[in-house]
Design a protein around this ligand. Structure first.
Ligand code: MYA
Length: 432
């Protein structure tokens, strides 16, 4: 009963589903059973903690210098995202074949600008943008990407890779090509001396280190209703819903302004101190802060992908910052709407959360102000919905800002690293 209670509690806090439903028997994970990842059921008593660290170690000399052969008729390629026509090929593959919701109503539609932002941060490597082409037509039919990341897990900082954009053309599904792509990106990372990775996904695999739930805050409720994203609750009427999700006209935080290049040092310092509260976080240097939060557009054709705001006090100190990025989804086969424009809450930090001991009420008030102000900007920049995950201190404002839980979960995985579970959204100094 105790174990059950613990499990339910964790379910509620993090949406963790991986200890019961949705989990295949370990033997059914034919590929993952062969990989250096923790297995379901291997840790025994959930109260005992494991020693954290790599699962296996190798040297670069052990790693094959050439890729494994592909099925006849297919060949490996490196995608050069600085070349607009190759960027367009990746965009086309993802636009037609990347992640969909369970009912196949929406599909992520990363713009070429977001793809560059997401796959070309400081230190990016061309060889980590790996594709598969049909040998005859040269059509791009599969892709996988990795970027370098300094990843802190509790007190250990790993020189790791973040793997994303795994995608296989719909006509080539269920042919065991995904394991081939995953082994190839592993080989390429290993050749650069990288032995650990982080990746996320909506599917349950062995074995999440953490699980978050998506929350959604309607901005253009009527459009979300028309595309089938937001239901009309029983006994409600569209006009009630529209009124419920009205957004304030103006921002309210004194000193809030757009982040500029001159703020990079202060934001990096504030963010580093804020993220220190969490068990797992990326560690950004100044170039990464500038890339991820300011993403200088290289030319006028590039779209804005990230919006960042700081609060500057009367002494010219940066006391807070908050950011969100844009990721559209295509609405599949809809007569009226083609796209849903979603803003995703990204990083934030506030001095209010750094007092010791943490003044939870003050932090709650401050985060509500900041998030409410970004809602004003989301509306101004024509977003239909504002999404956030059940991580960081988001539990302090999700309900007040009218975010509702979605069906979607996001599982976080570590490759070749054993770690104790990390509860989403729990501040270890002050369990919220
Ligand atoms: S998450 C986004 C994933 N992409 C999509 O959902 C797009 C739409 N779907 C597709 O394109 C395909 O369905 C994919 C699978 C490509 C997902 N992560 O080839 P198959 C396992 C890991 O017959 P397909 C993201 O990009 C599955 O359990 N494994 O299947 C992060 C089975 O293994 P097992 C997955 O449907 C990616 C095997 O693949 C995933 O044709 C992180 C079946 O292969 C998944 N999302 O293709 C990748 N989905 O038998 C890991 C299915 O064991 C990186 N599978 O159950 C690991 C770190 C590597 C670097 C390490 C460096 C040190």
């Amino acid at each position: 009963a105790d174990a059950l209670k613990r499990l339910n509690l964790q379910d509620i806090m993090t949406g963790l589903a991986s200890s019961g439903k949705n989990v295949k028997d370990m033997g059914a994970y034919k590929f993952w059973a062969t990989q250096p990842v923790p297995k379901f059921g291997e840790d025994g008593d959930p109260d005992t903690t494991v020693e954290e660290g790599p699962i296996e170690t190798h040297t670069i000399e052990d790693i094959p210098k050439a890729p494994a052969p592909l099925l006849n008729g297919f060949e490996w390629c490196e995608m050069d995202l600085t070349n607009d026509s190759e960027l367009k090929e990746v965009w086309e593959l993802l636009n037609g074949h990347y992640v969909e919701d369970n009912e196949a109503m929406f599909r992520f539609n990363y713009s070429p600008s977001i793809l560059k932002w997401a796959m070309m941060p400081p230190g990016w490597k061309k060889q980590w943008h790996r594709g598969v082409r049909a040998s005859q037509s040269k059509k791009l039919v599969a892709f996988i990407a990795a970027i370098p990341v300094e990843l802190r897990i509790r007190t250990n900082v790993l020189h790791a890779a973040e793997v994303n954009f795994l995608c296989i053309h719909k006509k080539l599904r269920s042919k065991r090509l995904a394991p081939v792509l995953i082994k190839e990106i592993t080989r390429l990372c290993n050749l650069d001396g990288v032995w650990q990775a982080i990746y996320t996904g909506g599917v349950v695999l062995p074995k999440p280190v953490s699980t978050c739930r998506y929350f959604h805050r309607a901005i253009n409720w009527l459009k979300l209703y028309e595309v089938g994203f937001s239901p009309l609750p029983p006994n409600s009427k569209p006009q009630f819903q529209i009124r419920k999700y009205a957004v304030p006209e103006r921002t309210s935080t004194w000193g809030l302004r757009e982040m500029q290049k001159k703020d990079v040092n202060a934001v990096q310092d504030l963010l580093t101190r804020y993220l220190a509260k969490y068990d797992m976080a990326a560690e950004w240097d100044k170039a990464e802060v500038e890339h991820w939060l300011l993403h200088n557009k290289k030319d006028a054709l590039e779209e804005q992908v990230v919006w960042s705001y700081v609060v500057e006090d009367a002494h010219k100190r940066i006391t807070d910052f908050i950011s969100f990025y844009c990721l559209e989804s295509s609405v599949i086969n809809h007569p009226k709407h083609k796209n849903v424009r979603a803003a995703y809450l990204f990083y934030y930090a506030t001095e209010t959360g750094l007092a010791t001991p943490v003044d939870k009420e003050a932090l709650k008030k401050r985060l509500n102000e900041l998030v409410s102000d970004t809602l004003v900007y989301c509306k101004k920049y024509n977003f239909d919905v504002y999404n956030a995950l059940s991580l960081m201190d988001n539990g302090l404002f999700l309900e007040d800002q009218k975010f509702g839980p979605g069906d979607g979960q996001l599982h976080y995985y570590l490759f070749n690293y054993r770690a104790n579970p990390i509860a989403g959204g729990v501040d270890k100094r002050n369990r919220l």
